[in-house]
Design a protein around this ligand. Structure first.
Ligand SMILES: [Zn+2]
Ligand SMILES: [Zn+2]
Length: 150
């Protein structure tokens, strides 16, 4: 099966990031990165493993964990944690927040303009903000439509 991802571009970016971090380029790392770029629905490590196996049947869970770890380290993928759910992986490196749907437990990217004003939160003395992320919870459009249709 051919991947729809512009893998040449992705491969170049991966190569460059790995080199900068002093890590080796491997077929597994490229493959796992491709899986994350193909469907940006914030899969868990387990889901990445299931998808990675489609085209690379002998890849192991341990290798997938290792690849994910590497991709996070070189800044191509972000870990997303919500409540006590499994860690999810996000390959969207633009500044964005996350919206969590209470119904389908989907995680959605909410873009924001990084030059926009910061929310007004009183920061106690001594704390310096480097980045912030807002977590939204609610109901996604698909789930809302399903509820309406009932
Ligand atoms: Zn939903
Ligand atoms: Zn995301």
């Amino acid at each position: 099966m051919k991947r729809k991802v512009p893998i040449d571009f992705a491969e170049e970016r991966l190569n460059e990031r790995l080199a900068r971090t002093g890590l080796r380029f491997t077929a597994q790392r490229r493959h796992v990165y491709g899986v994350l770029l193909e469907k940006k629905d914030h899969p868990s490590a387990e889901e990445v493993f299931m998808r990675a196996k489609d085209d690379m049947p002998d890849i192991s869970m341990a290798t997938v964990y290792n690849c994910l770890d590497t991709l996070v380290k070189c800044g191509l993928v972000k870990q997303v944690n919500h409540d006590r759910g499994a860690t999810r992986y996000c390959s969207n490196m633009r500044e964005h927040h996350h919206f969590y749907c209470d119904e389908c437990h989907g995680t959605f990217d909410i873009d924001y303009d990084p030059s926009a004003e910061e929310p007004e939160i009183h920061m106690p003395d001594g704390f310096h903000v480097r980045a912030y992320e807002i977590a939204f919870r609610g109901i996604c459009p698909d789930c809302a439509a399903r509820k309406r249709g009932k």
